[in-house]
Design a protein around this ligand. Structure first.
Ligand code: 5GP
Ligand code: ZN
Length: 152
């Protein structure tokens, strides 16, 4: 069997060691005994979460990272991502739903902290026809101005 290449790095506020495997997956040492599949090494948002690519952080906790979109379409344009790799909302299941529900719980707090007092829009694009360009689940928080016409 081909030997896996392992690289340890530290990331996140909790400074936990992350173990990267050459087969695209890695595990995070959440507790010494418990390791979960965590990142995909070729995913740009996984790299942002790991601190390998810089991003302007808007909010962070142990389950989620929110950062400002590199090409904002409104004064407030924040992307909220789970700290585990899921391609899109299509990947939701019993083992990862807590990350998604936590995102939904935090969105109003994040949006309001950037002054979206009179409302905002939350979008998650799914797949090619849905216009998804980065295949790591993310919710766009868009606001800070009167937004243009809705799609539906
Ligand atoms: P999607 O089209 O997948 O729904 O949204 C992806 C979003 O990610 C786009 O709005 C795009 O501007 C943003 N984006 C892509 N690459 C980066 C990056 O490296 N940094 C940040 N901050 N945003 C990115
Ligand atoms: Zn990812």
């Amino acid at each position: 069997m081909k030997k896996k290449r392992e690289i340890y790095v530290n990331n996140f506020q909790r400074k936990l060691p992350t173990l990267y495997f050459a087969d695209n997956f890695c595990t995070l040492n959440i507790e010494k005994s418990e390791r979960i599949k965590f990142f995909m090494s070729d995913c740009i948002f996984c790299k942002i979460i790991a601190g390998e690519i810089p991003a302007k952080k808007a909010y962070e906790d142990d389950k989620i990272l929110a950062f400002h979109d590199i090409h904002p379409v409104a004064p407030v344009h924040i992307l909220v991502t789970p700290k585990i790799h899921m391609d899109s909302l299509n990947d939701i299941n019993k083992s990862n739903i807590e990350y998604v529900s936590h995102i939904l719980e935090k969105i109003p707090e994040i949006a309001e902290s950037f002054g979206t007092i009179d409302g905002y829009r939350v979008i998650t694009n799914i797949g090619k026809n849905g216009g998804q360009s980065v295949k790591h689940l993310h919710f766009h928080i868009i606001g800070g101005k009167k937004l243009p016409v809705k799609l539906g």
